[in-house]
Design a protein around this ligand. Structure first.
Ligand SMILES: [Zn+2]
Length: 113
């Protein structure tokens, strides 16, 4: 199976965090419950990025901010032909190339059918 991304829910106040924080941004608590971050999301905004690092085989990519049903907003790569703000997305996790020698695991959003 592929990688998963997680949100970290404060065990005291319930605030969700992503990426991981060690101290709750809302109440200062230091214990978190790990919950999988996956499924449907909604596109809030996006940008088209040119000048990609070496290793990308495309002239440009879309990056977007998507909101999960639990209200958490994350950034990720969009694998969508024609992004429209408010469109439904399905989140997947994959390798996102950050630079020539650095691959990292991140969200890749696809169009929900
Ligand atoms: Zn808290």
């Amino acid at each position: 199976m592929g990688e998963k991304m997680y949100a970290y829910r404060c065990t005291a106040c319930g605030k969700l965090h992503h990426p991981k924080h060690y101290v709750c941004k809302k109440c200062g608590n230091r214990t978190f419950e790990k919950i999988p971050l996956e499924g449907d999301a909604k596109l809030l905004t996006y940008t088209k990025v040119y000048n990609l690092p070496e290793g990308y085989m495309k002239p440009y990519l879309y990056f977007g901010v998507a909101e999960f049903k639990n209200g958490l907003k994350v950034t990720g790569q969009l694998e969508v032909g024609n992004p429209v703000i408010g469109m439904k997305l399905i989140s997947t996790v994959g390798v996102v190339k950050e630079s020539v020698n650095k691959n990292c695991c991140g969200f890749i959003f696809k169009e929900a059918k």
